[in-house]
Write a protein that binds this ligand. Structure first.
Ligand code: 8DG
Length: 131
């Protein structure tokens, strides 16, 4: 399974994370917004679609750049998680899908309960926060 996810930058080196809804897969864990890449779409198209569905924002492909990736097992499934940096977007970020959203610096992200694979993304995110 390939998942496209977004690193959305906020003020002061913070990044947007959302809390996965109660009752579903990995409920209550904090994640980068995004979702599965469907068979008939590319990863950036999937990201654009998911961010519209989950956060109500519009992003353009030219504002999206690869940041890092991680791979491993997510429960029984083999997962490839592609994390993209999203430089800018239109509209206000709204939690349409998540139980909660928040802006966190990388030290705070490291202390959140996340899917295991997400911790592998943090080194690149720290570097990006400094840059
Ligand atoms: N969006 C996202 N998913 C992640 C992250 N880390 C991680 O292990 N995952 C896993 C959780 C899920 O098994 C999978 C994403 O699938 P999902 O169920 O959220 O995706 P979706 O929005 O396409 O879901 P659906 O249409 O099937 O409801 O990737 C992350 O940081 N962001």
């Amino acid at each position: 399974m390939i998942v496209a996810a977004a690193a959305l930058p906020g003020e002061g080196g913070r990044w947007l994370l959302q809390k996965r809804p109660a009752g579903g897969d990995m409920a209550g864990l904090w994640e980068f917004p995004g979702g599965k890449v469907e068979a008939d779409e590319g990863p950036v198209d999937a990201l654009i679609r998911e961010l519209h569905e989950e956060l109500g924002i519009g992003i353009a492909a030219r504002d999206v750049a690869p940041l890092t990736f991680a791979s491993g097992l997510a429960g029984p499934r083999d997962l490839l998680l592609l994390l993209y940096h999203v430089a800018t977007w239109s509209g206000d970020v709204t939690a349409l899908h998540a139980d909660e959203i928040g802006w966190f610096d990388t030290a705070s992200i490291a202390r959140l309960a996340m899917p295991p694979i997400d911790y592998l993304l943090l080194d690149s995110l720290r570097e990006r926060s400094r840059g």
